[in-house]
Each structure stands twice: as structure tokens, then as C-alpha cells.
Design a protein around this ligand. Structure first.
Ligand SMILES: [Zn+2]
Length: 148
């Protein structure tokens, strides 16, 4: 298992759980329900499925895209442990994550997220009809990010 700070929010931790970890079977159950990653928004951590990330040969940009999406949930005030069931929340987190990646100039990761959005919802992420409140929350967060 590797633990590090989240690249977009430094009071968040990112854990990558590998197959060799004793706790992997416990997490595996959660990954089966939630996909490659999930976030605990109250305790501020993201757990990544290291085995699947390796199997699918995902790049650092993919991981950045996942992280930005999860932080997107947090900034959008989605509560609890997020799962895939609510499409509106997922779209909102994608949109927020995309904004975060653009702000951090993570162009490749932003592109990956936009492509995934298009595949999944047959729509452009930039045309997503985000609410005014959502836009305001993200703007506030981005304003605090130092210009890089
Ligand atoms: Zn999500």
C-alpha cells in the first residue's frame, strides 16, 4: 500500500491498495461496487485499486483524472461514501474534476476525463448544464489554488 497527499487538496490522502496487501480482500469488495476508486468524503481520503490500475496499465494522467473526479465530489458537497448510482452526482463530479485539471494545467488528464464523459453520456463535458450553485462552489475552490 502506498499513501501520499492528494495533488489537488493537501489535507486529503490517497491510498493505493495492492494485491499483496493483507487488506486487499476487504477493499476488493468495495471496488467491485464502486469501480477503480472511491472516496471517503468525511475522512478525506481516496482509495485506489492498485491491482486494477496495474492490470489496465493506467497512466499517471488517469490517476490524476480519478483524483480530480473524487475531489470534485467533495467540493460539490456530495456527502458520505460515493458510489456510481447517482448519475447527476457523477456528472457533476466529472465536470468539477475537469475544471480542476484545467486549472492545474493537467491537459492530458483533462482530456481523458472529457473523453470518458463523452463515451458514457454521449455529451460534451464542456456543455454540461451545471447549476449556478455548483459553478460557484468550484469557482471558490479554484480561486484558492495558487496560479501555477
Ligand atoms: Zn464518482
Amino acid at each position: 500500500m502506498t499513501i501520499r497527499k492528494c495533488e489537488f487538496k493537501n489535507d486529503w490522502m490517497v491510498m493505493m491498495v495492492d494485491e499483496s496487501d493483507l487488506s486487499y480482500p476487504t477493499f476488493k469488495n468495495l471496488f467491485e461496487h464502486m469501480g477503480l476508486a472511491f472516496a471517503d468524503l468525511e475522512n478525506k481520503f481516496i482509495v485506489l485499486d492498485g491491482k486494477e490500475i496495474k492490470n489496465q496499465n493506467l497512466s499517471k494522467d488517469h490517476i490524476s483524472a480519478i483524483e480530480a473526479h473524487e475531489i470534485g465530489h467533495f467540493i460539490s458537497d456530495h456527502v458520505g461514501v460515493i458510489n456510481k448510482s447517482l448519475e447527476r452526482l457523477e456528472k457533476e463530479a466529472d465536470w468539477a474534476g475537469h475544471q480542476i485539471l484545467l486549472k492545474y494545467k493537467k491537459t492530458k488528464a483533462a482530456k481523458l476525463l472529457a473523453e470518458r464523459f463523452k463515451d458514457k453520456y454521449e455529451a460534451e463535458i464542456t456543455e454540461y448544464d451545471v447549476s449556478g450553485t455548483e459553478r460557484y462552489k468550484i469557482q471558490n475552490f479554484l480561486n484558492e489554488v495558487k496560479n501555477i
